[in-house]
Design a protein around this ligand. Structure first.
Ligand code: NAD
Ligand code: MG
Length: 337
């Protein structure tokens, strides 16, 4: 078991940790009613497990459809109404069981229902285990854009059980690996090299990736500087997602192309060695995260220039001169072609 302390909650990473869920719950919660928000796929795969590991609890489930469309106002309202109907009170505990969609949605429900109820995150995708369940950001989408309504609201604990990853599709697994490769590149050489040489990740590597995010989150808990370094590969990544409506490319795939662009910019500036670019490219191709021909920056110029996050006086690109080192550079709009 690996334990990571955040300022006001704990992260436990443990193979088969789900079996010990009752112990974790007992530490933070005196009652026997729990309310679980999950999606259809995760419900089908794991609801019996949950009933088995919490025999002494009364468990109510609220199930939403899989996918980003569940991060909507309508589904948010549905979840809240279901929880109230099933008898959830202000003192009760909510459990978010699922990937980043369920985590963001259930987290936002927790932040707002009765002005805030306690919740725990049990992330079941690799992306949720290394990224979305960490850092306290919860949100839903509007048709105008992703994550436009949200809050900073920390869970009481995060329980990460790598055994969940066994049922993930290859594509979903790779989606999480992309954020891990990013974490390695910006902040952990050992993690980066592990991922070059190994197919699968476990407790230890998940912990390494979380540590990279933790460091940034602790220096910028309310995201005033957009948790800058974590956005390596994301300027171009967001442009790809925007242009293709968040459907064609998964987030991990979009940021994989973005990391390559950022490395290429580093090479052009004589900051990054071309060998690093080649090594990362091979790795991303091997994982099925990018395909050749690679997407070109110039085809996404409009999306980049209309992104509110990009500054009027130029684009900030995070480049990686060496594995584990980051540097912020400004690129003029005219440099994009
Ligand atoms: P997801 O939640 O949609 O999960 C992907 C698919 O995997 C779903 O169909 C789900 O049912 C299925 N699934 C989940 N666990 C499974 C398991 N163990 N076995 C088999 N199938 C399983 O997608 P995601 O990639 O986990 O999360 C994406 C979301 O995370 C986006 O909405 C994004 O905005 C958000 N996000 C939030 C933060 C944050 O800081 N809050 C950070 C990054 C991403
Ligand atoms: Mg990301």
């Amino acid at each position: 078991m690996t334990f990571i302390k955040m300022p006001d909650y704990s992260i436990y990473i443990e193979n088969n940790g789900l079996n010990n869920l009752f112990k974790y719950i007992e530490e933070i919660y005196p009652y026997k009613d729990v309310f679980v928000v999950t999606d259809q796929t995760v419900f089908k795969l794991y609801h019996q497990r949950l009933l088995d590991v919490l025999p002494d609890y009364r468990i109510s489930f609220v199930i939403v459809s899989d996918g980003e469309k569940s991060k909507s106002i309508e589904v948010y309202q549905y979840v809240i109404e279901q929880l109230i109907e099933q008898g959830m009170k202000r003192t009760h505990l909510l459990i978010s069981l699922g990937g980043g969609v369920v985590g963001d949605l259930a987290g936002f429900v927790s932040a707002t229902l009765y002005r805030g109820v306690s919740y725990i995150q049990i992330p079941t995708t690799l992306l949720a285990q290394v990224d979305s369940s960490i850092g306290g950001k919860v949100a839903i989408d509007l048709k105008e854009g992703k994550n436009l309504i949200g809050a900073f609201y920390n869970p009481k604990l995060v329980l990460i059980d790598p055994v969940f990853l066994r049922t993930l599709s290859k594509r979903e697994y790779a989606n999480g690996l992309a954020e891990m490769i990013k974490a390695g590149l910006i902040g952990d050489k050992k993690l980066y090299h592990f991922l070059l040489e190994n197919e699968e990740v476990g407790e230890h590597e998940i912990a390494m990736a979380i540590h990279v995010k933790r460091e940034v989150v602790l220096t910028d808990p309310y995201d005033h500087k957009e948790r800058m370094y974590l956005n390596f590969g994301h300027t171009f990544g967001h442009a790809i997602e925007k242009k293709h409506g968040y459907e064609l490319y998964k987030h991990g795939e979009a940021i994989s192309y973005g990391m390559l662009i950022a490395l290429e910019i580093g090479v052009h500036m004589n900051e990054t060695k071309p060998e690093l670019y080649d090594e990362v490219k091979d790795q991303l191709i091997k994982r099925g995260l990018v395909k050749e021909p690679l997407l070109l920056l110039e085809n996404y110029k409009d999306e980049i220039l209309t992104d509110k996050k990009n500054l009027a006086d130029g684009l900030r690109f995070i480049i990686v001169p060496k594995v584990g080192e980051v540097k912020i550079v400004k690129v003029k709009a005219s440099d994009l072609t």
